[in-house]
Design a protein around this ligand. Structure first.
Ligand SMILES: Nc1ncnc2c1ncn2[C@@H]1O[C@H](COP(=O)(O)OP(=O)(O)OP(=O)(O)O)[C@@H](O)[C@H]1O
Ligand SMILES: [Mg+2]
Length: 502
């Protein structure tokens, strides 16, 4: 038996105007967790799509179990034992776990779906790999970590021996990350191979045996995880050292930019989605919000920007805006980096310059005296691309052709370009590489020092600790605790996020 489960040799993949993979080689062994790292746009997702049969390579070879293969579709890759666990879950909400797992490959007996056989197999797999889940639970009632386990079971159910994870931890809270990593160890122990893409280099070193590093579409190194540090990996990725941030030398102003007084957003059931939330953000202050996703963060942003009807009072720069429309709030200088970039912040099929206008249709440089300024828009889109290092051929490139991290950088650049007096930022660096994260933090700090107020919602506790002047924890729609990042540990935050305070 071949020691290598899969080998990619000199893969080349070109798109119009872009060489996504110039020369990518990678070897994943049996019983190995193999990490794939590299800057935004380095070509990680592309080469995995090539392996999964979603993209055809222009050159190069793929070997599975030592045999050369050529996949024209994902179905062919699946038949060869390759599985992809998607980050944007593709589960049917109103079906059970079991129904979702077997969907499309139902076992039959006398022409009927053999549920008993399916259940037995799912329970067996769940036990073997440490993927704790109730097969009869409805998917709509599951948290993000559990949904991910369903996706993994789905892939295993189809006989995958090589599992590809493209940024699986970006959507998870620390405890869920631990659970996922335990499951990955289970897969490894059973002799399966895992290929794992992540920008969180500490995690990579924790979970992986070996790491392949891409730079500008080329494999530049393969290293054993226990022989390098996170800083080493970062340097291999970017070919330079990362800047370290100096401690804050300014203090927030006295002037209050945003004041929330008793904000409540009702839910369909008896419990409010957001209950009696009150706090202030001053000019030059960063208020961080920690919490497990789904504890009211989304409703908080929606209430402030005007998308969710709420009770209570919102005072913004001295004016009660509680009854203002979304457009009026936007026009008065609120910037918004929403949680789901593909659904809420971009038109994926449209050019970047068209995306430059989203949410900014009525303000300069997009419009002057009510007239659209197309030339200025295109020029400004190009400026954002340059300043935020958005790697794409130009403003005419459609959003869908950008790598995930480059889409995010463009959105951050767009919102910052108008110099908002208040920035509502949900996961502003989700999916961006360590170098770009440092650059975005730097931009946010500069704007903060110049007086911008920031509401920072993040699943990345290190980001909250590094950026916030004060951290508030949300739990079941309420603020359950307020912390000083200088005097708080990650563990204390983690506890506050999951346990209601007395
Ligand atoms: N469908 C496409 N059409 C045109 N260009 C594309 C397409 N898909 C990817 N690209 C380009 O190929 C390059 C590599 O993109 P890829 O998505 O593989 O990067 P990545 O390493 O996964 O980055 P990230 O960390 O941001 O997810 C980028 O320059 C991207 O813009
Ligand atoms: Mg990617």
């Amino acid at each position: 038996m071949n020691e290598l489960a899969v080998e990619l040799r000199h893969i080349v993949k070109k798109f119009p105007g872009v060489v996504a993979n110039k020369d990518v080689s990678l070897k994943a062994r049996r019983g190995e967790v193999h990490a794939l790292v590299g800057e935004n746009g380095a070509g990680k997702s592309t080469v995995m799509k090539v392996l999964y049969g979603m993209q055809r390579p222009d050159a190069g070879e793929i070997l599975v179990d030592g045999q050369q293969v050529r996949f024209r579709t994902p179905a062919e890759a699946i038949a060869a034992g390759i599985g992809m666990v998607h980050q944007h879950f593709m589960l049917a909400d109103n079906f059970t776990v079991l129904e979702n797992v077997i969907l499309g490959s139902e076992p039959t007996k006398h022409g009927r779906i053999d549920t008993a056989a399916a259940r037995a197999r799912i329970l067996e797999m769940a036990a073997a790999y440490g993927l704790d889940i109730d097969p009869d639970a409805m998917v709509e009632n599951l948290g993000v970590g559990e949904r991910q386990r369903v996706e993994i079971l789905k892939v295993l159910y189809r006989g995958a021996k090589i599992l590809i994870f493209d940024e699986p931890t970006a959507v998870l809270v620390p405890q869920e990350v631990d659970e996922l990593f335990a499951a990955l160890q289970g897969l490894r122990a059973e002799g399966l191979s895992v290929i794992f893409i992540s920008h969180k280099l500490d995690e990579v070193l924790r979970v992986a045996d070996n790491v392949t590093v891409l730079r500008h579409g080329q494999t530049v190194a393969e290293v054993a995880a226990d022989s390098v540090t996170a800083q080493d990996l970062a340097e291999l990725m970017v070919g330079a050292e990362l800047p370290t941030a100096p401690p804050r030398s300014t203090v927030p102003h006295e002037r209050v930019v945003l004041s929330l007084q008793g904000i409540t957003v009702g839910g369909q059931g008896t419990r409010d989605l957001l209950h009696d939330v009150s706090f202030e953000i001053r000019a030059g202050e960063v208020v961080g919000i920690a919490g497990v996703e789904g504890n009211g963060q989304h409703e908080l942003i929606d209430a402030i920007i005007g998308l969710a009807p709420c009770q209570g009072t919102i005072v913004y720069n001295g004016t009660d805006i509680s009854r203002f429309s979304v457009a009026r709030r936007r026009d008065s200088g609120m910037g918004l980096i929403p949680e789901d970039r593909q659904r809420e912040a971009l038109l994926m099929g449209s050019a970047l310059w068209e995306n430059r206008m989203l949410g900014h249709q009525r303000s300069a440089p997009v419009a002057r005296h009510g007239v659209l300024q197309l030339k200025a828009v295109k020029a400004d889109a190009a400026v954002i691309m340059r300043e935020y290092d958005v790697r794409a051929p130009g403003p005419e490139t459609p959003a869908h052709a950008l790598s995930g991290g480059n889409q995010q950088k463009f959105i951050v650049g767009r919102e910052m370009s108008r110099q908002p007096s208040l920035l509502l930022a949900s996961h502003p660096t989700r999916g961006v590489d360590v170098g770009a994260q440092a650059a975005i933090w730097e931009e946010l700090r500069k704007a903060r020092d110049a007086g911008m107020a920031i509401l920072l919602i993040s699943a990345d506790l290190e980001e909250l600790m590094a950026m916030s002047d004060v951290i508030k924890v949300m739990l079941r729609g309420r603020i359950s605790g307020t912390f000083d990042p200088q005097r708080t540990t990650l563990e204390q935050l983690g506890v506050a996020m999951t346990v209601a305070s007395a």
